[in-house]
Design a protein around this ligand. Structure first.
Ligand code: ADP
Ligand code: MG
Length: 175
């Protein structure tokens, strides 16, 4: 048993989970179970789960979204590899930008790092303008700040109110 405090077991990272094909809620939960199996990842908490209308193409089902807080000793690109593997394993085939998908796993925050590489932009480029990302982040920690953008709760106040619905009204903590 490892009794070290969770804070020193890696970087604090937030991952957005989204799906709008198949059984979205189940796919989000399955993704969390898959991440829990990873040796270099500890799942800390999962936000409430929300349903909202699609951004981008409108001729697709509503999206189910949540945010997962983890600790990881993986580097950002190593974490992305694992996320993309899980997306693939859960049957993701289509790659239309903002289009329908069985599972989308995006790195929203990686500690307080700002990253711009071919494969990664962190903080996620749209996080600051998406209620379905900001609200779950605030569920998990209402003091969070997006580097370069400001406090999550302030960013939320600046958004037009959308018609987001809560479909699981609890934040789940792992320990
Ligand atoms: P999107 O999530 O934008 O709808 P995809 O999930 O198909 O699109 O991802 C497209 C590419 O986005 C991935 O191949 C990945 O390299 C890149 N990407 C850039 N920044 C991030 C990030 N913060 N999290 C996840 N993927 C990212
Ligand atoms: Mg993605």
């Amino acid at each position: 048993m490892n009794h070290q405090p969770i804070e020193i077991l890696g970087e604090r990272v937030f991952i957005a989970l989204g799906a709008n094909l198949g059984e979205p809620l189940q796919q989000l939960d399955t993704a969390v179970l898959e991440l829990q199996k990873e040796p270099k990842i500890i799942c800390v908490a999962m936000s409430k789960v929300y349903i909202s209308e699609p951004h981008g193409p409108q001729n697709q089902p509503d999206f189910t979204n949540a945010v997962l807080e983890i600790r990881t000793t993986l580097a950002p690109e190593g974490l992305l590899d694992i996320l993309q593997c899980i997306e693939k394993k859960q049957g993701r085939k289509r790659h239309e930008h903002w289009g329908a998908r069985t599972l989308d796993l995006d790195i929203i925050l990686y500690a307080d790092k700002i990253i711009h590489t071919d494969r990664l932009t962190i903080p996620h480029p749209y996080a600051h303008e998406r209620e379905f990302v900001l609200q779950p982040l605030a569920d998990l920690d209402n003091t969070l700040v997006l580097p370069d953008r400001g406090k999550v709760t302030d960013l939320l106040k600046q958004l037009p109110t959308e018609t987001m619905e809560v479909i699981r009204d609890v934040t789940t903590y792992n320990r």
